[in-house]
Ligand binder design. Structure first.
Ligand code: CIR
Length: 254
């Protein structure tokens, strides 16, 4: 797998109204902007050409573009976010995706799905059943993927926002994950790089063409990733963490 492009959206001023359960206070808008621009530079350093969309003040959570679409090598899927306040984000994202994809599929109501719940592992996709992604949405995505020659399986999750809040695929049959997910039977044939429970946020790290972006402040996870011979880039994403968002949430990669 090689990613060549990414789509991101600059945080908007209303980011302070974004959905949050973290209990870490309100994000600082200026600091969020600075962290976001360093994130873009990191994507570029990994060889991706980045399309930067302008801030969208209609949607406080709109910088978390990952949830609005799944971009596969064969086609794109526009999602139907489970969070009511985020539903409209997909319309504008679809306009951007049409610049890159001819084939676009959709998750339709009553199905809901946020792509933070979808982990791509080669041509297999793990779909998390969460408070945002329901069984109808997960089944719809499973059928869409199958129709395009890919496979999917569903994993029920709890205690975290999205599947990828707890686990990330680092290619080469290797997963980075918290113990609750790392031991899941559906994932037993992968090698696991462990994320200690007190560093659970770092389970959302991001593999990009051989380099892993890791959030700042999680030394044991960083060491574990480096020991597995990955290059790493450490990024401070404190302001996005305040809104339950992590490194993968901030971009669509394809
Ligand atoms: C939300 O609750 O929807 C946002 N505050 C955070 C979304 C994070 N996205 C992701 O994990 N893919």
């Amino acid at each position: 797998m090689r990613f060549t492009k990414a789509i991101v959206r600059t945080p908007c001023k209303r980011i302070i109204e974004g959905i949050s359960t973290a209990g870490l206070g309100l994000p600082d808008y200026d600091l969020a902007l600075q962290q976001h621009s360093k994130y873009i530079k990191a994507l570029e350093a990994c060889g991706l050409e980045v399309t930067v969309l302008p801030p969208d003040n209609d949607y406080p959570d709109s910088t978390f573009v990952e949830d609005t679409a799944l971009l596969t090598p064969a086609m794109a899927v526009v999602t139907n976010p489970g969070a009511q306040s985020r539903r409209g984000e997909v319309r504008e994202m679809e306009e951007t995706i049409t610049l890159f994809y001819d084939k676009i599929e959709h998750i339709r109501p009553p199905g809901t799905l946020e792509a933070g719940d979808v982990m791509m592992a080669g041509s297999h996709y793990f779909i998390g059943l969460s408070e945002r992604t329901n069984i109808e949405g997960a089944n719809q995505l499973g059928h869409i993927l199958k129709n395009h020659g890919m496979t999917a399986s569903i994993i029920e999750i709890s205690g975290m926002l999205h599947l990828k809040s707890g686990i990330s695929y680092l290619e080469n049959n290797i997963l980075l994950g918290v113990s609750a997910l790392g031991k899941h039977p559906a994932l037993s044939h992968y090698d696991i790089i462990p994320v200690p429970d007190n560093e659970a946020y770092a389970a959302n790290s991001l593999w990009l063409n051989g380099t892993v972006l890791v959030p700042e402040g999680y030394p044991m996870t960083l060491e574990n990733i480096r020991s597995a011979d990955y290059n790493t880039i450490v990024l401070d994403v404190s302001e996005f963490r305040k809104l339950d968002g992590g490194l993968s949430c901030l971009s669509l990669r394809f």
